[in-house]
Design a protein around this ligand. Structure first.
Ligand code: IVH
Length: 675
């Protein structure tokens, strides 16, 4: 594959993973793997400036904006903090601040770094009027009804308090460990995928469309940043700093961490770090480091900001906790796509509050790099994720006699087929797609999952049950199930059997692009499925497309093209398509989707800003695309017009005026399009 193809492929993968991480809250790969893909893309893009794309995943830090909420432009951007990982870097920060202030004395406020998602709360006349997520830092989702369910967030401040008429306070929404564990236990019972960590769970919860769900999940919030208007600031005693402001906020009724304290030497900072590195394990919520802020507001202003983060603050991230234990055995798991993952089985060891017995070993290359032998003392680490990983062999035991070297298995542990490794890929997999049980079951699970056919009433245990009873051997069999075949299996009651059948029937209307994704063709994620559906229009055209035809489509690389070709070349799959078609599944894009296309907006570059009534922002993006236009994020001379809703940010408005870019409201915009 050429480097430019690899760039397109990486972009697709990262878009997909971004989606799973930020919107679905179900990351498919570890943060580390994500960072590696991103690093590779950054490197390749730097070498290929001709491939620049404003919409590449490298051009943003990831956004948690979703389609379902109105957005709001932050009055002041929600910046992130620069991260440090060692005390040396903290000392460098301390020195930078000292020099930046020309040697003047200063105090630092030390705080815990809460590991949730940031929220901005707006109060007017003592009432909570709005709660906005960080979003992309510039604008966020308005999630006020959901935030109102968080009991530690005051909805009304005490009358007579000295709070300003209008202010904004920012902090972190968290899911306490106890709620998190309870939630995952419940999800396990209901056969739903588990949340990887409390941060993802909190974020998923806050984006829920049902306020009652949010209320049940018992979120909490800690506040750490108060933003006042110039006038209110001016009225405060001149020595008021960040710490003092937060103490006021506490008096107004906000939850402000007791850990917060002021220090005036580097040694005290180190003491704070050492204390909390240990003590944090008994806190009710997740923390992943500490935050240092220059306390004086005057000094903060003097130090200012860089484009991304304030110069007066920094985060120090705790190291992931590590333990040494003995590797007893490596077992192998076969996933939905046939990929075989090695799992280390170890002597139980206490790690970051839980007992760990199993950890992932990623792939065969990783085992080889570690030169792993059974009986080795291995280092296990648990970062922000729930699944622990082996990071190395403990060198403290070097020189001792070792057990046999770990050799990756050569045959599938489930079906006995010889395993294969694709060129240039680290993954080893079982090629027996159509007869290897976990692959068959995994494919069915994927097919019924929410983003695919959305048959929610069928979970992994039901799939397993139906498979073992010989009732469902492929996804087409689902459409022939009768209520009595489900009823009574594994104690299932009649009502839920009826619901399952209703869900299966309803899935016949699921649009073609999702059917295509549901088929589980290797490397074809949601984005690619959408592109392919639009490009080819129906399954027959796609099945007939050559690898070259496929590669001509933007975003489809050589490997994906090969994978699609070989999927359709398989006679079993061709037969499957015919059976699904005869069951009435959508095998072409709908007439409505097709008719809605035109080139009315061809050559136009359009910026969307504000909140709309007739369609969501995402729908507008899609409409622009359908009519041949391009949607971009920021206004420039090249912008054809701004599609503006209510609450368009003042900065954008100003910029559009300055550049003479026309502003069009949604009604006028919709009138421009063919009806
Ligand atoms: S202060 C301008 N304080 O960490 C300063 N942030 O990368 C704004 N966070 O987005 C942030 N605990 O979500 C601050 N005590 C704390 C924090 C904290 C957690 C999060 C926050 C922010 C990210 C910084």
């Amino acid at each position: 594959m050429s480097e430019s193809e690899r760039i397109l492929e990486l972009r697709n993968q990262l878009h997909e993973h971004n989606y799973h991480y930020y919107i679905e809250n179900q990351p498919l790969i570890s943060d580390q793997e994500f960072d590696q893909l991103m690093a590779e893309l950054i490197r390749l893009e730097a070498a290929h400036p001709e491939m620049a794309d404003a919409n590449s995943p490298t051009q943003r830090v990831g956004s948690d904006l979703s389609n379902d909420f109105p957005t709001f432009e932050h009055q002041r951007p929600m910046l992130s903090l620069a991260n440090t990982y060692s005390k040396d870097e903290v000392a460098e920060f301390y020195e930078r601040v000292r020099q930046g202030l020309g040697g003047e004395e200063f105090e630092l406020c030390c705080e815990l770094k809460f590991d949730g998602l940031s929220i901005s709360l707006h109060y007017e006349d003592g009432q909570l009027v709005r709660a906005v997520t960080r979003g992309d830092g510039v604008k966020g989702d308005v999630v006020t009804p959901n935030v109102r369910t968080i009991r530690s967030i005051p909805l009304k401040l005490d009358v007579g308090g000295d709070w300003p008429k209008q202010f904004e306070i920012r902090g972190e929404v968290l899911m306490p460990w106890t709620s998190f564990e309870g939630l995952n236990a419940e999800r396990e019972r209901r056969e739903e995928p588990l949340f990887a960590n409390p941060r993802n769970a909190a974020s998923g919860t806050l984006k829920s469309k049902t306020t009652a769900v949010v209320a049940q999940r018992r979120l909490d919030a800690y506040l750490y940043y108060l933003l006042l208007g110039e006038e209110d600031l001016g009225a405060l005693p001149s020595d008021t700093g960040h710490y003092e402001l937060m103490q006021r906020a506490r008096n107004w009724g906000f939850r402000v961490s007791d850990a917060m304290c002021k220090v005036s030497s580097l040694q005290e900072v180190f003491d704070f770090i050492d204390h909390w590195d240990e003590a944090r394990h008994s806190l009710p919520v997740a923390t992943d480091g500490i935050v240092l802020k220059v306390n004086s507001l005057r000094q903060q202003r003097a130090l200012g900001m860089t484009a991304k983060s304030p110069r007066w603050a920094i985060a120090y991230k705790f190291k992931a906790e590590q333990q040494s234990t003995v590797l007893r055995e490596v077992t192998y798991q076969v996933g939905r796509t046939g990929v075989v993952t090695p799992v280390a089985n170890m002597d139980p060891v206490q790690l970051a509050g839980t007992v760990v017995r199993r950890a992932t070993l990623h792939n065969a290359d990783f085992i080889r790099q570690l030169d792993l032998h059974t009986g080795d003392h291995v280092l296990v680490e648990k970062g922000g994720e729930i699944i622990p990983k082996i990071v190395g062999v403990d060198s403290a035991y070097d020189g001792l006699p070792r057990g046999p070297r770990v050799e990756f298995i050569t045959h599938c542990p489930e079906c006995g087929t010889p395993l294969v490794q694709a060129d240039g890929e680290a993954m080893i997999y079982c090629p027996n797609e159509n007869h290897c049980p976990p692959q068959i079951k995994g494919r069915i699970e994927h097919f019924v999952s929410r983003r695919a056919m959305g048959i929610d009433s069928i979970g992994p245990e039901t799939v397993d049950d139906l498979y073992r009873a010989g009732l469902v051997r492929d996804v087409a069999d689902l459409y022939q199930l009768t209520p009595d075949q489900i009823n009574g299996r594994d104690g299932t009651r009649e009502r839920s059997a009826q619901r399952t059948i209703a869900g299966i029937n309803a899935s016949r209307q699921v649009p073609f692009e999702r059917v295509l994704f549901a088929l589980g063709i290797r490397l074809v994620g949601e984005t690619a499925a959408r592109t392919l559906a639009r490009q080819f229009g129906n399954i027959d055209a796609l099945a007939a497309a050559s690898a070259d035809d496929l590669m001509r489509v933007d975003g489809i690389g050589e490997r994906m093209a090969q994978s699609i070709r070989s999927w359709f070349a398989d006679a079993d799959n061709a037969f499957l398509i015919e059976r699904l078609r005869s069951q009435g599944l959508q095998m072409q894009i709908s007439a409505a989707d097709d008719a809605a296309r035109s080139d009315t907006l061809a050559g136009k570059t359009i910026v969307i800003s504000g909140v709309f009534e007739r369609h969501s922002r995402d729908e507008y993006k899609r409409i622009i695309e359908q009519h041949g236009g391009t949607n971009t994020g920021s206004i420039s001379k090249k912008t054809s017009f701004v599609l503006a809703g209510a609450n368009m940010g003042p900065a954008k408005l100003e910029k559009a005026r300055k550049l003479g870019v026309e502003i069009i409201d949604e009604n006028r915009f919709l009138e421009m399009l063919p009806s």
